[in-house]
Design a protein around this ligand. Structure first.
Ligand SMILES: [Zn+2]
Length: 109
């Protein structure tokens, strides 16, 4: 059986994000281009990408301690992702409040 277009696109996006993380130290511009291509392919084929693997505002791939700072807040029960390129912050909830509504969602790559 031939693979569907969607599964080919998902494999290509996963490969592009992987290559973006590898190439970032040598060529950050090419790395951003790979992230942009992955985002465009996911948009075209209508499936969610793992938003924890790149910055949504500047498009840099997240590499812990290089382009990403992770902080946790036990009080708010959130994990804070700070982009070291543009300073954008994203919050991901955990615990009961963070998991609410996650059951019905499609799984990102
Ligand atoms: Zn950023």
């Amino acid at each position: 059986m031939l693979p569907s277009m969607n599964s080919i696109a998902k494999k290509r996006c996963a490969k592009l994000l992987q290559m973006a993380a590898i190439i970032h130290s040598q060529n950050p511009i090419l790395s951003k281009r790979y992230v942009d291509l992955a985002r465009r392919i996911a948009k075209r084929h209508r499936f969610p990408l793992d938003s924890k693997s790149f910055c949504k505002s500047c498009g840099v791939v997240f590499i812990p301690a290089k382009t990403l700072k992770v902080r946790t807040s036990a009080k708010d029960k959130v994990v804070l992702y700070l982009c070291l390129e543009c300073g954008a912050a994203r919050k991901f909830g955990y615990g009961k409040r963070g998991r609410r509504g996650q059951e019905g969602k499609r799984q990102p790559i």
